[in-house]
Design a protein around this ligand. Sequence first.
Ligand SMILES: Cc1ncc(C[n+]2csc(CCOP(=O)(O)OP(=O)(O)O)c2C)c(N)n1
Length: 588
Amino acid sequence: MSERASIEEADEADEDGETAAEQAPVTTGAQSVVRALENAGAEYVFGVQGGAIMPVYDALYDSEIDHVTMAHEQGASHAADAYGIVSGEPGVCFATSGPGATNLVTGLADANMDSDPVIALTGQVATDLVGNDAFQETDTVGITQPVTKHSYFAGDADTVGDDVGEAFALADEGRQGPTLVDLPKDVTQGETDVEPGEPKAPDTYRPAEEADDANVQEAADVLAEADRPLILSGGGVIKAEASDELRDFAREYEIPVVTTMPGIGSFPEDHELSLEWAGMHGTGYANMAITNTDCMLAIGTRFDDRLTGGVDSFAPDADVIHVDVDPAEISKNIHADYPLIGDAKAVLRQLYDAMPAEPDADEWREQCQTWKDEYPMDYDTPDDEPLKPQYVVERFSELADDDAIVTTGVGQHQMWASQFWTFTEPRTWVSSHGLGTMGYGVPSAIGAKMAAPDQEVVCFDGDGSFLMTVQELSVAVRENLDITYVVLNNEAVGMVRQWQDGFFEGRRMASEYPWVPEFDKLAEAFGARGFRLEDYDDVEETIEAAREYDGPSVVDAIIDPEENVFPMVPSGGDNGLFALNEDHLEMI
Ligand SMILES: Cc1ncc(C[n+]2csc(CCOP(=O)(O)OP(=O)(O)O)c2C)c(N)n1
């Protein structure tokens, strides 16, 4: 499958089933780096070669770890990020110094915002050249420190392996996130016989497991007494592998569940207790429930402003129980009346045991159901108008495997994908939330497919987002990855066009893209299979043909360029006052 496969096949296993390469002692810093990755269980590295990182690549030549050459380092960082989301283990990316490292920065910032586990290894000029403006020198640690959990400068061949092991463990433990190790060339080329130890986070990093029992009891008592209890499940639930505990808890105590966008998949959207996801383009019923709850159990969420709207109107009547592994999140955006610091899985188990009774909430559940009936996720499909994107997503969701993974770019298509696909499993929704990175779609589908080769992978992209990282299609072709890309093509950066129409008096400046290529033909040029979709009658057939093709395919879906995303809570607005259409928007 990858470039390493042929080398692996050539490796001869000894009697213990271990390769000669695995047993060879470390002789250089670069070998120690690769050994540390092996010790950590890394399967894949996504990267791009270059002068300062060459010694590490040379050491990788002898390793069982598969390298996936990407077309651009940004693609490597997004592929590693998606690999981390889907597998739960840190995704690894490599880049050379200077432009290689700076090209990774967007992906690291993205991973940092969404707490995705990623480790980046970057080449650096030799230590005696640092500060001299040497060829391809840039201050990678300085640039990446604000957008990583930690950035390391490795200064010694004897300790570089342990630096990498520590960075790997730190990316994985507690609140996950990206780490980086900058590797000067003299360090990776330097001699050493020091074998790195097992990956280990710094002793000073001690994320809490269980929350304080007395605090848990107090929170459970409040929740059990609530008339209008609500669970808000964030991405932290998925990261902590706590989806089963969440499901058990919600079902046992019959509490309705709203998710955040990163929390999509933590609770099955087809369950009667599910209100799907809340926020700017969340469902009307989720936003009504948030606005009216009197006790919110919020787990693994940082209360991002796209979720809360204006903080004063967010859950105004609620006692807030906030479970988070990172104490820095407590009362950062929304005041926590009952903070519970700990791992979501452990704390949900504690809460389950501590609940004195099920809340008496029959009326509240009925009310939630009424909101579902009142504000359904609707759209029109008139035959005489161009194809509606919502229909394409909804039909695909019906045709796809239950555990299919969906990745996206950023824009309207991302919102339609999250609104009209029915997610039932964790780690099946892969998107760029906090940073909102256009271009995330094409490479993230590659990382997702590498992490879950047996699961169907679908990427919904916008024409603008697709063009930002389209070159990674060459990687999907080279690796023969069975991914279905659907470009919801409105010949515009549609989300911007929607905001111009709604908030800038329709002054469409630099948002219409009638110059985009024919994406089906572009796909064929890359060696992928291309399809063009324009009519309702062809939707099912085209989707099935693309799914059946064994390799990457691209469906250029020509959609209504005037279609907008609703419901919508205007930025900083009140979640209880959402617009269901353009006319509504003018009224609020
Ligand atoms: C890298 C980057 N640049 C700019 C933006 C600002 N932006 C947000 S959504 C959007 C439109 C995206 O257009 P497209 O990918 O075609 O998707 P659509 O909204 O049309 O579905 C833009 C330009 C961004 N999010 N990311």
